[in-house]
Design a protein around this ligand. Structure first.
Ligand code: HEM
Ligand code: LAN
Length: 454
């Protein structure tokens, strides 16, 4: 198609499309992961597609993705593409509303607040919330696992990451506010002009205002109490930028919203998918339970940071869940300076993307990619060989700082639940994926459970 015109000669191959403006949006929308993987087999590790009038260039596989992850923010820019979605939800002064070097300092503050002493304190909180939440499930039955995980993770994440003042005001009003804020992470918010008077935009903005009010109250309460709790809220109150200035209360409130949003979908979807993988694979579920009996003894010793570390199979189950169902299906940057990769030139203006579920599934990096096999990580070759083939938490300067917390949370929830229940698929149904939401969720996520007798 592009043999004429030397300036276009080095552009990556373009996935053909017939509808102007929309481009490949319809095909992509049906199953983006399959669409991208097929394009990779057909066009190679670098290809472009048109969607909603924009050009998206995907770099697939460890080699090509290195360009993305090793880049500087001046060359491949994140805030220009994420800010429109994220800033109305978190507010001004944080994340993608500030220059990236400032956000890097904010990430450092988060990291300070997420240390081992904190995780030790989080574990009993997560156990307590999980046991309390699941009391309502009784001895046996069929229930919506994703719904339960979404409700539970709001409680655990709020308690661990925001502090007891905010957890204490988590009532129905606040749950609705979260839902409305969350409605801001939508394809509309991404694609449509921000000034449109859409109901979902208005609800998001109203929820943001009210939530900030509530958080300001909690921050003030902490300041006035004179008590110095050792938690994330305290860390943020005490933190200073390199120039010595403190975060403003408004920035702290924005960061607290950000923390919850970061922990919420990613952990609730992963925990749900993990439940279905364990329900599908009874031998594996049994092995995970046996491991816990070995490590904790029977009757079970309470879970602790050390115990969690020794639950190695459980760990690998989380890891494998994040390979097959990574919550973030595309990371994106705006190309600011011409890039070169695999003999192609990617011009400024393209949106360059890496897709974790695709890198984590292509058959030249993964053996039996469809198989849920936590033992694949016992092979020591796998990690070096697959540097950017396994990127559920991203890599490079934008890498996630929540990985360890996420593992602590998901492992504690599942170790607690497996002490209590045996899980089964309902009539053998393993949920299909709902690709219409930005974070892919399980469809019809009903699970069957029965109290363990042993
Ligand atoms: C960034 C995934 C949990 C905070 C990221 C990125 C990914 C990711 C893929 C990179 C985005 C990009 O490069 O464009 C996940 C997954 C999680 C999880 C799969 C759980 C299973 C959390 C938690 C927190 C958190 C619990 C907070 C406590 C952050 C932050 C960034 C980030 C601050 C940095 C964004 C940037 O620098 O641009 N996460 N995340 N995440 N995540 Fe997470
Ligand atoms: C998200 C959530 C949405 C997500 C998708 C749009 C689904 C993805 O395709 C691209 C990455 C993006 C935008 C994303 C990036 C990092 C975010 C914004 C988060 C994981 C939600 C929270 C996280 C943010 C950086 C957390 C820290 C918050 C602060 C206020 C400093």
């Amino acid at each position: 198609v592009r043999t004429s015109g030397s300036s276009q000669k080095d552009l990556p191959p373009l996935v053909p499309y017939t509808i102007p403006f929309l481009g490949s949006a319809l095909d992509f929308g049906i199953n983006p992961v399959a669409f991208l993987e097929n394009a990779y087999y057909k066009y190679g590790p670098v290809f472009s597609m048109q969607m909603m009038g924009k050009t998206f260039t995907y770099v697939v596989g460890s080699d090509a993705s290195a360009l993305f992850f090793n880049s500087k923010n001046e060359d491949l820019n994140a805030e220009e593409i994420y800010g429109k979605l994220v800033t109305p939800v978190f507010g001004k002064g944080v994340a993608y509303d500030v220059p990236n070097n400032v956000f890097m300092e904010q990430k450092k503050m988060f990291k300070t607040g997420l240390n081992i002493a904190q995780f030790r304190a989080h574990i009993p909180m997560i156990i307590e919330e999980t046991e309390k939440y699941f009391e309502r499930w009784g001895d046996y039955g069929k229930k919506d696992l994703f719904h339960a995980m979404a409700e539970l993770v709001i409680l655990t994440a709020s308690r661990c990451l925001q502090g007891k003042e905010i957890r204490a005001v988590l009532n129905e009003e606040v749950a609705q506010l979260y839902a409305d804020l969350d409605g801001g992470f939508s394809h509309e918010a991404w694609l449509l002009p921000a000034w449109l008077p859409l109901p979902s935009f208005r609800r998001r903005d109203a929820a943001h205002k009210r939530m900030k009010q509530i958080f300001h109250g909690a921050i003030q309460k902490r300041r006035e109490s004179g008590v110095r709790d050792d938690d994330m809220l305290q860390t943020l109150i005490d933190s200073t930028y390199k120039d010595g200035t403190h975060l403003t209360d408004d920035q702290i409130a924005g960061m607290l919203i950000g923390l919850l949003m970061a922990g919420q979908h990613t952990s609730s979807t992963s925990s749900s998918w993990m439940g279905f993988f364990l329900a599908k694979n009874q031998a594996l579920q049994k092995a995970v339970v046996e491991e816990q009996k070995m490590v904790c003894g029977t009757p079970y010793q309470p879970l602790s940071f050390e115990v969690l570390k020794d639950l190695d199979l459980l760990d690998r189950c989380v890891k494998e869940t994040l390979r097959l169902r990574p919550p973030i299906m595309t990371m994106m940057r705006v190309v600011k300076t011409e890039q070169e990769v695999k003999g192609y030139k990617i011009p400024p203006g393209h949106q360059i993307c890496v897709s974790p579920p695709v890198n984590q599934h292509v058959k030249d990096s993964w053996e039996n990619p469809d198989e849920f096999d936590p033992d694949r990580y016992l092979n020591p070759d796998i990690t070096s060989e697959t540097k950017f083939s396994y990127v559920p938490f991203g890599a490079g300067r934008h890498r996630c700082i929540g990985e360890q917390f996420a593992y602590v949370q998901i492992k504690t929830i599942w170790a607690t639940l497996l002490r209590k229940y045996k899980f089964d698929l309902v009539g053998g149904y393993f949920p299909e994926t709902n690709f219409t939401t930005m974070i892919h969720t399980p469809k019809n996520p009903i699970i069957q459970y029965e109290r363990r007798k042993e």
